[in-house]
Design a protein around this ligand. Structure first.
Ligand SMILES: Nc1nc2c(ncn2[C@@H]2O[C@H](COP(=O)(O)OP(=O)(O)OP(=O)(O)O)[C@@H](O)[C@H]2O)c(=O)[nH]1
Ligand SMILES: [Mg+2]
Length: 398
């Protein structure tokens, strides 16, 4: 089974308590306060691992808990920080909160997202000593860690995705052009889960191509297998439309396009290449009269004989040149994340959240007014000139 969704609960560790303690030494009648601070609770992090293919490591509604911070002790002993939990997910995993809002996109190998922040440790009584209050008899307790339910959804990242009716020869094509070896058979719906292959050019450049289960009419409404997997086309730059030339070519073209349109998400505007496959079955090369501005090129191939395959491979590199190498994940203020960083900030108690986005910040829930919001934004890393989205408005911090 291929799992491209998972809903899990994450709880970061609670901070340890600060200690309430006084120095005890022989012949020193009244020692000063020496209670140390509690350790920070362990964070829960998500990390994109290029070796993972799907989300099957997660069981439904599984809980993941960061470790509790250790309590502070006497003699100024600082509590140990709680253990972090690092959850590895496949590259292309998106994270949604309970309201269905996208909060992070782990689009590159090695991307890290802080999904739940551990609670701060409490301060020990030593920290509260002042000249006028030399023996504070209190210490702080540790704060709870962030807690939330998140949904993980994998959307494959491929430069190009193969689409077409069942049996068109998509898997045969991927076997021909890439290192992947998906199953090929003469019956429809052979491919039951998306498969990624790497296509290599003679000069060493690489692109990835996804083979997605066959679409049929009604796929976007859940007929056949198609609907479930259309999401995996969303992030491909080029759709490679594979058509069996021994069937009704124009009808196949229209059927698939109608499904892409039904699905939405911009799929119906995506550039396409048409691959007329199985030309070995026809006595002569077929004529195709499709006028469509999305169609960049038409190739004629036979996966059985290999005819036209090299031409197609070259064409794919022209139509979808490999993207520049991934930027190293920026070690930003949080040292984390790719394009959205989840900043829950003990949201439960506050009733609102500050999310860090690729352009600035976004406040969700019911934010406080004026100064308090500004302070919270600055704590979250916003500076003069930062763009902050609140509801439908975008404000610029002064
Ligand atoms: N004659 C001929 N047969 C082909 C060619 N390409 C694929 N086939 C056959 O067509 C059938 C379907 O091929 P697949 O590659 O499994 O097709 P698919 O599009 O991946 O099918 P699904 O996974 O079911 O959607 C198999 O029996 C292949 O051997 C070709 O160029 N010529
Ligand atoms: Mg297949």
């Amino acid at each position: 089974m291929f799992h491209d969704r998972a809903r899990i609960h994450i709880v970061a560790g609670r901070g340890g308590n600060g200690a309430l303690s006084f120095r005890r030494e022989k012949f020193v009648p009244k020692g000063g306060p020496d209670g140390g601070d509690g350790g920070r609770g362990g964070d829960v992090l998500l990390i994109a691992d290029p070796d993972l293919r799907d989300l099957s490591r997660f069981r439904p509604n599984q809980w993941f808990k960061g470790g509790r911070g250790g309590h502070g002790g006497g003699s100024n002993k600082h509590g140990a920080d709680g253990d972090e939990v690092e959850l590895t997910v496949p590259v292309g995993t998106q994270v949604f909160d309970e309201e269905g809002q996208l909060i992070a996109d782990l689009a590159r190998a090695g991307a890290r997202v802080l999904a739940a922040r551990g609670g701060e440790g409490g301060r020990g009584n030593k920290r509260f000593a002042t000249p006028t209050r030399q023996a504070p008899r209190y210490a702080e307790t540790g704060l709870p860690g962030d807690e939330s339910t998140i949904e993980l959804r994998l959307k494959l990242l491929a430069d190009a995705a193969l689409v077409g009716l069942p049996n068109a020869g998509k898997s045969s094509l991927l076997r021909r052009i890439s290192n992947a070896k998906p199953k090929v058979a003469e019956y429809p719906f052979t491919t039951l889960a998306p498969v990624l292959g790497t296509v290599e050019a003679p000069d060493g450049r690489q692109i990835t191509v996804a083979d997605v289960p066959g679409l049929i009419e009604g796929a976007s409404e859940g007929v056949g297998l198609g609907h479930e997997f259309l999401a995996h086309l969303e992030r491909a730059r080029l759709l490679v439309h594979v058509i069996d030339v021994s069937g009704e070519v124009e009808e196949a073209f229209r059927t698939i396009n109608a499904e892409l349109e039904q699905y939405g998400a911009g799929l119906d505007e995506r550039p396409q290449a048409i691959v007329l496959n199985k030309i070995d079955l026809l006595p002569e090369a077929p004529e195709l009269t499709i006028e469509d501005e999305r169609v960049r090129r038409v190739f004629q191939v036979s996966c059985a004989t290999g005819a036209g395959i090299e031409d197609l491979r070259r064409g794919l590199f022209e139509l979808c040149p490999p993207e520049p190498p991934a930027l190293a994940v920026e070690e930003g203020a949080e040292g984390l994340a790719e394009f959205l960083v989840y900043r829950p900030q003990s949201s439960g108690a506050r009733g609102y959240r500050i999310l860090r986005t690729d352009r600035g910040f976004r406040v969700t829930g019911t934010p406080p007014e004026g100064d308090e919001l500004e302070r919270a934004l600055r704590d979250a890393g916003a500076r003069k000139g930062s763009e902050v989205e609140v509801g439908d408005e975008t404000l610029v911090l002064e």
